[in-house]
Design a protein around this ligand. Structure first.
Ligand code: HEC
Ligand code: HEC
Ligand code: HEC
Ligand code: HEC
Ligand code: HEC
Length: 323
């Protein structure tokens, strides 16, 4: 090869390279970036939304994959992908809320994370209540974000309970209760999602009233605070009433408990055991050797193997039993 042909070849190669570069740039320009790529150049959501992140980190959604209980259950089911899908989901608005939730293989440890609920399809940005074109994550107004249906994509049973309740008719969605902002928190929806592990929250779900009816002590429990059945959708929640009666001498004359919602092995869950939103469940106990006193307790357990002394005392009261 003479120096002349070598120079000509180099020039041709350079031209070809320049043309290809040009075409590449031209194509890249017109195309919208992919949804996954959109937010990654500005890093994760944490650096700019520290408060939402901090709340989420303490929430059950952050533990949806890593919780030891969940991992133990996965082992039992042979690490089935379908089973794991809601615990480490692909962004649910990308697939569409009417499609089954798909499993996300990258970073399953972060469970139900920011992108799971916020990422929009076609690189449009993140789902928000209003459009903010100048923000780096490009928030778009997406009404589906604030609907109960978003939660219902994973919380199937409780979503159906809610639909049957008066809260649905009144337009009071999951978010109105579960993302309500507590005093001192920034406006815009709490990302803590309090539920069965928060004593105050469980207490707010119901009221307990006791009254004497001749030979009986009637205990009634009213679901006045939950927007769905109480206990909620998990099979293994337990709710029971304990009564201890003493006579005038202070001796125990009756120690009895009745289960409102229990767990029976090898049997499907019965929704009849749960107290529907706004409804009341009544239990009767005999009145033994009055006069005396009755101590009544409503106990709640997240798992059936929790001992009575470790159960959450939802409500307790002492009654005088006249002769
Ligand atoms: C580089 C910083 C940055 C990153 C990273 C970022 N955002 Fe934003 N985001 C902003 C700014 C700034 C706003 C506008 C805030 C405002 O005006 O209240 C905003 C607004 C929002 C809003 C609307 C808030 C409102 O007031 O209506 C949502 C929702 C949101 N971001 C979600 C996300 C999510 C989810 C991620 C991660 C996938 C993310 N953001 C990543 C900076 C960022
Ligand atoms: C359709 C979505 C979905 C699928 C599929 C799913 N889960 Fe869940 N799982 C949930 C939701 C939602 C909760 C939270 C419900 C609650 O705590 O009331 C949950 C909670 C749990 C918990 C925690 C219970 C507790 O006491 O807090 C375990 C353990 C669990 N799931 C295991 C599994 C196993 C094992 C499978 C597969 C057989 C599975 N899940 C499939 C949505 C799903
Ligand atoms: C389970 C779904 C879900 C997850 C997970 C989630 N969000 Fe949200 N987020 C929502 C909903 C629903 C709203 C709207 C609340 C409303 O309508 O008031 C919201 C609102 C917001 C807002 C707007 C608040 C405002 O000031 O108006 C920001 C910012 C935000 N989320 C950021 C995040 C970040 C950051 C993460 C991860 C750490 C995250 N979200 C995880 C469902 C979710
Ligand atoms: C009127 C307020 C209210 C509304 C509306 C509401 N909830 Fe609840 N929710 C509660 C209260 C109070 C509890 C605590 C009692 C309990 O643990 O069952 C609770 C408990 C839960 C639990 C935990 C149940 C368990 O046993 O693990 C989940 C999950 C839940 N709600 C999801 C939802 C979803 C999803 C929606 C919308 C479809 C919704 N909630 C609507 C008040 C509400
Ligand atoms: C992508 C699936 C998914 C979506 C969407 C989702 N959740 Fe969850 N949620 C879960 C899973 C899985 C858990 C169980 C975490 C655990 O217990 O380990 C959970 C737990 C909860 C709990 C605590 C349950 C308990 O045992 O106390 C509440 C409350 C809750 N979610 C409310 C909501 C609300 C409200 C929305 C809608 C804004 C929502 N979730 C959207 C999957 C989801």
């Amino acid at each position: 090869m003479t120096p002349k042909t070598r120079a000509a070849l180099a020039a041709v190669l350079f031209l070809l390279f320049a043309v290809l570069l040009g075409i590449g740039q031209w194509r890249g320009h017109g195309k919208t970036p992919r949804a996954e790529k959109l937010v990654s150049p500005v890093g994760d959501c944490r650096q700019c939304h520290a408060e939402a992140w901090r709340q989420w980190q303490q929430s059950p959604h952050a533990r949806a994959w890593s919780s030891p209980e969940v991992q133990a259950a996965f082992q039992h089911y042979g690490f089935d992908r379908k089973c794991q899908s809601c615990h480490a989901p692909q962004p649910i608005l990308v697939a569409g809320l009417n499609r089954p939730v798909a499993f996300r293989a990258e970073g399953p440890d972060s469970g139900v994370a920011c992108r799971s609920c916020h990422l929009l399809p076609d690189g449009r940005g993140v789902a928000a209540r209003r459009a903010l074109p100048d923000a780096p994550c490009r928030p778009q107004c997406e009404p589906q974000l604030s609907e109960s249906r978003l939660c219902g994509a994973c919380h199937e049973a409780i979503y159906q309970d809610w639909q049957a309740s008066r809260y649905c008719k009144e337009g009071k969605t999951c978010r109105h209760c579960h993302m309500a902002v507590a005093a001192g928190e920034k406006d815009g929806g709490s990302h803590r999602w309090r539920g069965s592990r928060d004593p105050q929250w469980v207490r707010s779900s119901c009221r307990m009233d006791c009254r004497r009816e001749k030979e009986n002590l009637v205990v009634s429990v009213t679901n006045q605070g939950a927007g769905h059945n109480f206990p909620g959708e998990r099979h293994h929640r337990v709710l029971l009433v304990q009564v201890i009666q003493r006579n005038a001498a202070g001796e125990i004359v009756l120690a009895r408990q009745q289960v409102i919602k229990g767990v029976t092995p090898f049997r499907g869950e019965s929704s009849a055991e749960k107290i529907k939103a706004g409804e009341t469940c009544e239990l009767q106990f005999p009145v033994v050797q009055p006069p005396g006193t009755a101590d009544v307790q409503l106990l709640y357990k997240t798992f059936p193997w929790v001992a009575d002394r470790d159960a959450l005392v939802v409500h307790r009261t002492r009654l005088k039993l006249e002769e």
